[in-house]
Ligand binder design. Structure first.
Ligand SMILES: Nc1ncnc2c1ncn2[C@@H]1O[C@H](COP(=O)(O)OP(=O)(O)OP(=O)(O)O)[C@@H](O)[C@H]1O
Length: 615
């Protein structure tokens, strides 16, 4: 990034943070890097599968298109010199006929070329996006911990899109332009070296203007894109947080901030578009210089009978042809740089290895009984800040364990390690005596059910949301599990029952309803080990009772770990583990721990007091 751009950017960001103090957006750096051939090669490897089927057709069509285009001025010369001036109507008709045929061939060639380049372009983009998405799906939690969802999203959508142009037009246009430009230069120099050489002088000037000005224009458009993505990020945040905004009456402040961003966006667009508009006239002026040289020198050469009038007109037509490939070649370079930068960001994600990886000879975990053992676990999300320290726990198959402790004490982290979303820094997690790092991730996770506090409901029907637990479940099985967890009644009362569409994140459902659906989902999966992060939100007594009943069904016969908030759940647990700052402080059942009158006792006392105060 240039110093100027950096400064502008920094001051911009600062301005925004000073203004709002709330919204500060991190931008990807401006794209201005040296060309990376390795990256280009990797990118083009995506064209390999289509190399044999489509590329030959495209190249032939491209050559036919370029050659026919270059033939037209020569036909004009023939027409003027041999038919129009000598008044040979018959020959003129023949030449016009040939010209028509040439245009027809050119049109057919271009149509096919565009069709096939679009096809290749679309397929390459499809493959690239597919690979990127599949890879991201496999990445570990650590990856998502450090990246906002927005930045992942932008790479899968915007950056992949920005490569589309390169594959659909860029590459083929580059070849066409080079062939066309070389063809014109050869023709000009062959037909009249003196006149040809004089006109060609304008080529480097055009090229210089094109690349120099284009660079400025490119930066200006990148600035527009950056401002727009900030605007998008802000818009997204505002819509997601609209309830909080309205609850705190912050609409005015938000509108004010948005207006400023909108204005900055408009100004940057104005600048880019002004620069863009100045480009055309500058190239035209250079073209005009070419015409002046042509007509001045050309007229002289006609007088000395070195060239014919027809050739002069043909040369004038060729000058007209210069401008298109030169402009495009200038554009192409910046397009390539942008594409390379996008590719770099895409490949950066693709090269990211899941931090939780399978060992080479990982075997499938056989059907488990559910005996879980944590051996001296130590875990840090960030170096030097242990989230868990010396966790030692032996859980027999079928036991239920309640994990309690203050917020941030490490309850969810234990669950994360059991599911192998992270690997411990020290120690082991064993299931039925098997170290979970030695088995395949799929075989491990498929035998562990997880019900999270923030129940995720996908867009789709209620039925499909429950089926997420086991994709081959029948409708009957879905209804059975829903009945077992007491979700059937409320689902049946919905307008379309099990086929009712729920929007993204299940906004139309209440917290309790969402929980019941996630219980049904987990019950359908029928795992031997179940992890349950209880929702803290208080719900009405009726739903609370339903959830308790549902929980009984869900937990029966399974090894379960519950981040427990409800007194009823805690009381019924076989073992209660009390955590504090990542350490296990107490372990025992409710009565034992109450007798000890230590941390657990204090927590329960506090909860009772809270409940009593609330009544
Ligand atoms: N993804 C993460 N990256 C870095 N630190 C994290 C991450 N997740 C949790 N932590 C830290 O690890 C510690 C334990 O967090 P954990 O989520 O296990 O606590 P918890 O007991 O489940 O809390 P709560 O009851 O609030 O959910 C906390 O200090 C937290 O700040």
């Amino acid at each position: 990034m240039s110093t100027h751009a950096k400064q502008a950017d920094a001051s911009d960001n600062q301005e925004q943070s000073q203004d709002g103090q709330r919204f500060v957006y991190q931008d990807d750096e401006l794209i201005d890097k040296p060309f990376d051939w390795g990256q280009l090669k990797r990118l083009f490897s995506y064209m390999k599968p289509y190399r044999k089927q489509m590329l030959p057709i495209i190249i032939v069509m491209m050559l036919v298109g370029a050659i026919t285009k270059l033939t037209v001025p020569l036909l004009i010369r023939e027409a003027i010199d041999k038919a129009i001036i000598p008044k040979d109507t018959h020959l003129l008709l023949i030449i016009v006929g040939i010209m028509f045929a040439v245009y027809l061939i050119q049109w057919i060639a271009n149509t096919f070329r565009i069709k096939y380049t679009n096809m290749i372009g679309q397929r390459v983009i499809y493959d690239l996006r597919h690979d990127l998405f599949s890879h991201i799906q496999k990445l570990s939690f650590r990856f998502f911990d450090t990246r906002p969802a927005g930045s992942v999203l932008v790479r899968v959508t915007n950056y992949v899109n920005s490569l589309q142009d390169l594959f659909t037009n860029g590459v083929v246009n580059l070849l066409i332009d080079v062939v066309q430009l070389c063809g014109i230069i050869i023709i000009l120099l062959t037909y009249n070296f003196k006149l040809g050489a004089a006109i060609i002088v304008t080529v480097p000037i055009m090229f210089f203007i094109s690349t120099k000005l284009r660079k400025k224009i490119r930066h200006a458009w990148q600035d527009v894109t950056m401002k727009q993505s900030r605007l998008n990020a802000h818009l997204n945040e505002c819509i997601q947080g609209i309830r909080v905004t309205q609850a705190y009456s912050q609409e005015k402040a938000n509108i004010h901030f948005f207006t400023k961003m909108n204005m900055v966006n408009r100004l940057s667009w104005n600048r880019a578009s002004m620069l863009n508009q100045s480009f055309g006239p500058m190239i035209e002026i250079t073209g005009a210089i070419g015409y002046c040289i042509l007509f001045w020198l050309g007229a002289h050469l006609i007088q000395t009978e070195e060239i014919s009038v027809g050739l002069l007109v043909a040369f004038a037509t060729y000058i007209g042809y210069f401008w298109e490939p030169i402009t495009r070649l200038g554009q192409m370079y910046s397009q390539l740089l942008i594409a390379m930068a996008s590719a770099e960001r895409i490949f950066e994600f693709m090269d990211e290895q899941p931090s939780v990886a399978e060992i080479d000879n990982a075997k499938a975990l056989p059907s488990i009984q559910g005996h879980v053992k944590f051996e001296d676990l130590v875990f840090e999300y960030e170096p030097g800040r242990p989230a868990l320290n010396g966790i030692q726990l032996d859980v027999q198959a079928g036991q239920s364990i309640a994990l309690v402790g203050h917020t941030g004490s490490g309850k969810s982290t234990i669950m994360n390690l059991l599911c192998r979303f992270y690997d411990p820094n020290k120690g082991r997690v064993l299931i039925d005596g098997q170290d979970i790092r030695e088995v395949t991730i799929q075989s491990l996770r498929s035998q562990i059910g997880v019900v999270l506090q923030d129940t995720f409901i996908f867009s789709g029907t209620i039925k499909e949301n429950i089926r997420f637990g086991r994709l081959d479940a029948t409708d009957r099985e879905i209804e059975d599990v829903a009945k077992a967890v007491h979700a059937h009644d409320f689902i049946a009362a919905l307008p379309n029952g099990y086929d009712t569409e729920v929007q993204e994140r299940g906004n139309v459902l209440s917290m309790g309803q969402r929980q019941l659906i996630s219980f049904a989902r987990a019950l359908l999966a029928n795992p031997r080990v179940l992890i349950l992060d209880e929702a803290t939100a208080s719900i009405d007594t009726d739903t609370e009772l339903k959830i308790q009943e549902a929980l009984k069904t869900l937990l029966a016969g399974r090894t379960s770990f519950i981040v427990a908030h409800r007194l009823s759940t805690i009381r019924n647990a076989d073992k209660i583990v009390v955590l504090d700052h990542g350490r296990m402080m107490e372990i025992g059942n409710h009565d034992e721990l109450m007798k000890e009158q230590k941390i657990y006792y204090g927590l329960i006392q506090a909860q009772y007091k809270f409940l009593q105060d609330a009544v």
